[in-house]
Design a protein around this ligand. Sequence first.
Ligand code: UD1
Length: 417
Amino acid sequence: MQKLVIHGGSKLQGEISISGAKNAALPLLCASLLTADTFAIHNTPRLKDVTTMLALLEQIGVRILTNDAGTAELSAAGITNPTASYDMVKTMRAAILVLGPLLARTGQAHISLPGGCAIGMRPVDQHIKGLQAMGAEISIEQGYIRAQAGRLSGARIVMDLVTVTGTENLMMAATLASGTTVLENAAREPEVIDLANCLISMGAKIEGAGSDVITIEGVDRLHGCSHTVMPDRIETGTFLTAAAACGGDITLTRARADTLDVVLGKLAETGAEIDTGADWIHLHMPQRPQAVSLRTAPYPAFPTDMQAQFMALNSIADGTAVMTETIFENRFMHVQELKRLNADIQVEGNTAIVHGIPLLDGASVMATDLRASACLIIAGLVAQGETVVDRIYHLDRGYEQIEQKLAKAGAKIWRTS
Ligand code: UD1
């Protein structure tokens, strides 16, 4: 099994180029199911989750060509098997994103029910409820969602809570429904807007993406298109947090500051000096960071996908931070690992109280999920001595070449088997 070895104490300096966003690329690839025409996605990140999604689409019957420049050309002219098996869904929950497009295009879908995962239960009831409101007949049999429909009908759907993939699934399904669908309490994440823009260039009629009410007027067919995946705001935030924790001076290129307002605001509170341009962000950290308290919530509030990284920063900050996680019920698994590096953290329910100490001590730690892995890397970069991060297969699901990018910026980090 592969591990990352980190020798802490170096500052991050120089330039890092940001990859395409995992959470935008996954739904965009699924949008290929909505048309029989060829569909091209550029700036696709080289990640395990993307490979898994391409393998799933291939099983469904999509023909795929990829190149080293990050372009995937997909043709879903012959969908032969509208199924996502348990083996696929258990390795990547985002596989649920084929449900809406498959049902809208072929009238049927068999998707394994995702189980709970390390960070929480993560049910998909809102996806199911929305599709039922659009006329689908859905039953759960032997662990599979079995969905059938004639042409879906537009409906007004009020979601009980804000769900990102739920909004994306229903928005994709509604593009081919008859009549108008209104999604209320929709997710406002930038990845939802990226998907909506792609669907619009396929001929869909969508208004309101980026607000909490999205209106979709169904059309008879969608055509192919060529779309470039937006930059990954969580990868961007991760490198910025690492540089703020290490006392670095870095410029991130191909990055979008407008998708990170709250995160940049929190980094400024730590004492970081930040400049931004249309496609770059520069961060300079002249001092030991100040502790920052935060509360995760749906976009545009502080993202749950950045909580773990900020906990690493708060572990060595000046002062005490109160960090509240409101999206996932079990997203503090990195706390036990940070404590192995000597961090001073108490957890009470969904709140962690982090008392910053001047220096962490390197140790062997275990990554428990994707963002927890990033947290442990940041902790390793600021710890004295050697930190070894085990179970980094989580990391490869969502960060493209993270150790190469960090090493290029001066970090002492490498992979071993
Ligand atoms: C997406 C992101 C993930 C991020 C999360 C929250 C992708 C591929 N993944 O995941 O990186 O951490 O948003 O920003 O985009 N819920 C229900 N019923 C449902 C759906 C969700 O109760 O039908 C709950 C979940 O358990 C969770 C909350 O709603 O507590 C938000 O989940 P959701 O936004 O759906 O997360 P994902 O879309 O799976």
